[in-house]
Design a protein around this ligand. Structure first.
Ligand code: GTP
Ligand code: MG
Length: 139
């Protein structure tokens, strides 16, 4: 299992708003090395698989529609303490609660269209990275 890696995805609202460059710059300036990166689009079915852990939540169908509404930019990132440090960099799920200067504070539109995803554990970073990328060492 890879450690010191996390998985992220720039979400459709931030891609549509033209913020790929600004967000990627923040990620790199915070010390994360980009190991893998691409632009792609999820079907509603694939979005549902990615967020299957939330399938019982009331917002699940909206979340799947939103996540398949436009292009996304998934990435695998490397840094010491990657999972925790990246969650700090992106800020709280709800942008109204996200600390000043965090990615969600600067770029998120709403609790749903919140600009970026960040894995919440080393195990999920591995599972989520493998959902989008293959052929990488330890992925
Ligand atoms: P991710 O990094 O995307 O996993 O976000 P998170 O870990 O900060 O939040 P969580 O895993 O709890 O929720 C996953 C995603 O579902 C969020 O990022 C939002 O896009 C969406 N979401 C979470 N809570 C709500 C909610 O109360 N309402 C709506 N509409 N969407 C929500
Ligand atoms: Mg989450």
């Amino acid at each position: 299992m890879a450690t010191n890696r996390t998985f992220t995805m720039i979400k459709p609202d931030a891609v549509a708003a033209g913020n790929i460059g600004a967000i990627t710059k923040m990620i790199q300036e915070a010390g994360f090395k980009i190991i893998a990166m691409k632009m792609t689009k999820l079907s509603a079915e694939r979005a549902g698989q990615f967020y299957a852990v939330h399938s019982e939540r009331p917002f699940y169908n909206d979340l799947c529609s939103y996540m398949s509404s436009g292009a996304i930019v998934p990435m695998i990132l490397e840094k010491d303490n990657a999972v925790e440090d990246f969650r700090t960099l992106i800020g709280a799920t709800n942008p109204k609660e996200a600390a000043e200067g965090t990615i969600r504070n600067l770029f998120a539109e709403s609790i749903e269209a919140n600009a970026i995803h960040g894995s919440d554990s080393d195990d999920n970073a591995f599972i989520e990275g493998s959902f989008f990328f293959s052929g990488l060492e330890q992925y």
